[in-house]
Ligand binder design. Structure first.
Ligand code: ZN
Length: 311
């Protein structure tokens, strides 16, 4: 393993601060009790958006719109996100899945946008709420028998109404990797669905029965025909689009010849630090999104932020 100092920290979506207080989920009356308590902080998620407001008390000047429970919340899917120690009794946080009509007024943002400028607590709240809301929306029926399922454990499981089987939220691991050659050039690729000029490091889902390191080697071999070695961990962040965790690695290429899988990769190239920055400056290459671990992996290789490199 690389030394800890070399691991990516403070990734945009890995900053959550709430105590999940999982033991409280087993209280079947927890959600109704919290909905009856005006001290409970409620966030509403509508589709893939939450309302963001100006908040001079936070370091970033922005926060999620938090409110006390309202009677209509009792008819919606509510998830206990956890609690925050505030000196007296801990403050409990609930996410409520709202109706599309609610996202009318105010500044409703996606996590891809808000995740960059929310503080630690709220970035974590949005990330967890989005992941759970996605899972509930996709799992109304039992995978064993096809009967409807209903939420339990304060929104952290669903149970089949016919035969009682219990189903847990899924997180699908995906690996994403900086592949470098003997000259420390970085391998970048453009997916077949991506616009012209948008390049990133390679990534792919971990398959059943496969270690993360083996997934790194397999994906690089499949996508560009390169054999890698010395796979080391860099960091990870949840990626609820819809249900992943992106696990970052560094790997060394044993060769530089590229044989692309045309079903996955439209273009791939090796870039030096100088040529990468030049190409960004010239507008020939575009970076991955600012919230992504991909950008952080590229910056880790670059030795500075892209913003600083372009300044
Ligand atoms: Zn069933």
């Amino acid at each position: 393993m690389r030394p800890a100092a070399d691991v990516l920290t403070r990734l945009a979506l890995s900053r959550g601060t709430l105590d999940r207080a999982g033991h409280r989920r087993h209280d079947p009356d927890l959600v109704s009790a919290l909905l009856a308590d005006p001290a409970t902080r409620v966030v509403v998620i509508v589709g893939d958006t939450m309302e963001v407001v100006d908040d001079p008390r936070t370091s970033t000047g922005r926060s999620l719109a938090l409110r006390s429970p309202v009677p209509a919340d009792a008819d919606r899917l509510a998830v206990f996100l956890g609690e925050e120690a505030t000196g007296g009794a801990p403050t409990a946080y609930l996410a409520v899945v709202g109706n599309p009509t609610e996202a009318g007024e105010g500044d409703w943002q996606t996590l891809r946008i808000a995740g960059l400028h929310l503080g630690d607590r709220d970035a974590g709240i949005f990330t967890t709420a989005q992941a759970l809301a996605n899972w509930h929306a996709a799992h109304p029926f039992c995978p064993r028998c096809g009967a409807p399922t209903t939420p339990e454990l304060a929104g952290w499981t669903r149970r089949c109404v016919r035969e009682g089987s219990e189903h847990y939220p899924r997180t699908d691991p995906a690996v994403i990797m900086a592949v470098v050659d003997d000259d420390d050039r970085l391998l970048l690729g453009r997916g077949v669905q991506w616009p012209e000029g948008r390049f990133s490091v390679l990534a792919g889902f971990v398959e059943p029965g496969e270690s993360f390191e083996a997934a790194v080697a397999r994906e690089v071999a499949e996508e560009v025909g390169v054999t890698v070695t010395d796979v080391t961990y860099l960091g990870n962040q949840p990626w609820p689009f819809p249900s992943s965790d992106m696990i970052g690695f560094h790997a060394r290429a044993l060769g530089t010849e590229l044989t692309l899988d045309p079903a996955e990769i439209a273009e791939a190239r090796w870039v030096s630090r100088e040529s990468y920055v030049e190409s960004l400056r010239a507008g020939e290459l575009r970076t991955p999104s600012g919230i992504s671990i991909a950008q952080r992996i590229i910056e880790h290789w670059l030795g500075q932020t892209i913003e600083d490199a372009l300044a």
